[in-house]
Design a protein around this ligand. Structure first.
Ligand code: FAD
Ligand code: EGO
Length: 512
């Protein structure tokens, strides 16, 4: 099949020129039979499980090799925080319990100060409110293996890099390992190919497709933090460890092998300044003294100087579908990692997509627009929240105000669990659409602003009362008499009002 000569491609092109709109133009697709999933990462693998369980024919095309057969990159067990939305999606394919059992609960954040003291703030008030540290690679492997169990339905094609897709006909072109190209087609093409999505790139050529991206000035490196001398965790394991330092952020998540994966977020500018052993060590001694002890000096220097920092990108686009093609996960909404929701939001996409498949009888003509409509405001909201956290962590990190707000929020949550749900809690432990979480936070901020005024004004009032000499009982009596006197006088003037022009002046009111 030649993509360029495909008649349906011609039709699609001319129709598109006529309508000029990705959203107006519709190709009747109806119920698809063959599904192509581009990308076998976290979202692609989970999506394959969903479709297989519904009985569709699924082809997963993944650019890289099969991670289950490739060797483990030594010293790199990158982990992620899994929370409620991600768990809900895993539950729908029957993987929740297994994945959770392979993860480590983190019940609170542990904030590490510059003076090496720590304090904890719990993630919630209910025992099931914890986030889970999960091995990314393990999670990906488990989902790929589950998908592959549906032998007669699912085919995984590794070393298949999508280079071209026709959004309306579902015709695709791939480059394989030996550099040759293959052509395939599908009734529904699902772009789960990450932040630098090739599927989205094809959509971007459509008119009325909006796109914006932002690289932030911070890059990140991951540092393996080994177990202590006894083979035990070097820090308490059931925490998300955070070292907030204005423009530098360090976090650590526990691994099953008793190590931690530590991630350093720092401006690229600063990474470039730290080029020698001495500079790296001096920086860590200054900024993260306790972390340095745990990571180990030689380990730190070796890893730090041999790793190039990775960049972080935030991407918004709209809509999420064109023709018979749809994008899910980072392909649709890459976000900076400062809310720990990227994967969770991607898993939620899969869950919602399949709920819509169920409720709309698998009719793609209805499901795709419904998916965009449902997810767009919410995905944009979590992208904004993640970016907001990035800014907040740098500018008002003033650990103190962060700590205070979490305390106030948690106290109110304890008092009014049905009314006052803190933002992080709502985002992380509920299915409340992200956009509603933002609205809820705006309301809370308003309430707290008013409370601040009320508290401020009453403080001033009470202060004034105590500051000025307080009247004695005698003062009251004297004051009362005076007031009474004045009143009497006024009353008299009211009753017998006389002026010089009054003929009675000087007689009736002589004593006045
Ligand atoms: P990816 O995981 O990027 O997978 C895309 C796949 O598509 C890859 O396998 C790739 O090889 C393949 N692909 C790409 N192009 C092509 C092509 N042309 N043809 C074929 N295949 C292709 N999220 C959380 O929920 N919690 C966290 O704690 C968290 N921490 C994070 C920390 C960091 C430092 C970063 C960077 C991200 C973090 N995230 C976290 C976000 C999370 O990693 C992503 O949201 C998630 O990986 C998105 O999954 P995905 O499948 O959409 O994309
Ligand atoms: C200072 C510290 C000011 C990801 C924290 C504001 C995000 C934001 C990257 C944490 C937790 C899962 C995460 C909290 C805040 C993951 C997360 C948070 C990070 C960095 C992360 C919290 C992986 C905002 N959740 N979170 O409150 O514990 O609060 F610190 Cl850099």
């Amino acid at each position: 099949m030649n993509l360029e000569a495909e008649p349906s491609l011609e039709d699609a092109e001319s129709a598109r020129r006529l309508t000029g709109s990705a959203r107006v133009r519709s190709v009747h697709v109806g119920q698809p039979k063959r599904i192509a999933i581009i990308g076998g990462g976290l979202v692609g693998a989970l999506n394959a499980c969903f479709f297989a369980q519904k009985g569709f024919l699924v082809d997963v095309y993944e650019y890289r090799a099969d991670i289950r057969s490739t060797e483990k990159a030594v010293g790199r067990s990158i982990n992620l925080a899994l929370s409620f939305r991600g768990r809900a999606a895993l539950k729908a394919v029957g993987l929740e319990d297994y994945v959770v059992s392979e993860g480590i609960p983190m019940r609170a954040r542990m904030i590490h100060d510059t003076n090496e003291s720590t304090h904890e703030v719990p993630y919630g008030i209910f025992p099931d409110q914890f986030i889970i540290s999960i091995d990314r690679r393990r999670l990906n492997e488990v989902m790929l293996s589950l998908a592959e169990k549906y032998k007669e339905l699912v085919t995984l094609h590794f070393h298949h890099k999508l280079i071209k897709v026709d959004l309306y006909s579902g015709a695709m072109k791939f480059v394989t390992e030996d550099g040759s190209t293959v052509e395939r087609s599908a009734d529904l093409v699902m772009g789960c190919d990450g932040a630098y999505s090739a599927v989205r790139q094809a959509m971007m050529k459509q008119s009325l497709f909006d796109y914006s991206q932002e690289f932030i000035e911070h890059g990140y490196i991951e540092l393996e933090t080994p177990p202590n001398g006894c083979g035990e965790y070097a820090m308490p394991p059931n925490f998300l460890h955070i070292w907030p330092r204005d423009t530098f952020m360090l976090i650590a998540l526990p691994n099953l092998d008793h190590s931690f994966t530590t991630t350093l977020f720092m401006p690229f500018r600063k990474f470039e300044e730290l080029t020698t052993e001495a500079q790296v060590l001096a920086f860590f001694r200054d900024t993260f003294p306790d972390a340095l002890k745990i990571i180990g000096e030689s380990n730190l220097v070796q890893s730090f100087l041999s790793t190039k920092p990775s960049s972080l990108i935030s991407i918004k686009c709209k809509p999420y579908h064109v023709g018979r093609t749809v994008i899910l996960g980072d392909a649709a909404h890459a976000m900076v990692p400062f809310y720990g929701q990227g994967m969770n939001a991607g898993f939620l996409d899969c869950l919602v997509f399949h709920e819509l498949m169920d409720s709309l009888d698998c009719d793609i003509d209805l499901v795709l627009p419904a998916f965009t409509e449902r997810m767009l405001p919410n995905s944009h909201a979590i992208i904004d929240l993640a970016m907001y956290n990035y800014i907040e962590m740098r500018h008002l990190v003033n650990t103190w105000s962060y700590y205070l707000r979490k305390k106030i929020d948690n106290t109110l949550y304890r008092l009014f669990p049905g009314t006052w749900v803190p933002l992080y809690t709502m985002v992380t432990f509920s299915m409340t659409p992200y956009a509603e979480c933002v609205e809820n936070r705006a309301w809370q901020d308003k309430v707290l602003r008013r409370a601040k005024w009320v508290i401020g004004i009453s403080t001033i009032a009470v202060g004034l009362y105590w500051f000025f000499p307080r009247p004695t009982v005698n003062d009251y009596i004297v004051g009362f008499k005076e007031a009474l006197n004045t009143w009497f006088r006024n009353v008299k003037v009211d009753r017998f009002y006389v002026t010089a022009e009054d003929p009675n002046f000087g007689t009736a009111g002589a004593w006045y």
